[in-house]
Design a protein around this ligand. Structure first.
Ligand SMILES: [Zn+2]
Length: 60
């Protein structure tokens, strides 16, 4: 079971393991509708919502 970022932050991950945190948020693809945090993996958010990444639509 993955830990939620919301929980990790309240557990002081930012002070204790900023590297682990940046790994989770790097290339974020989901945003939490509850607390506004972002993560690469939706399992790490309490209310995940996919971020729509605009892809350059040049090729038809
Ligand atoms: Zn959250």
């Amino acid at each position: 079971m993955s830990k939620k970022l919301c929980k990790l932050v309240s557990d002081d991950i930012l002070e204790n393991d900023i590297k682990a945190y940046t790994k989770l948020v790097n290339e974020a693809r989901f945003v939490c509708k509850k607390c506004g945090r972002v993560a690469k993996d939706e399992d790490n958010l309490c209310k995940p919502k996919a971020i729509k990444v605009k892809k350059s639509k040049k090729a038809d």
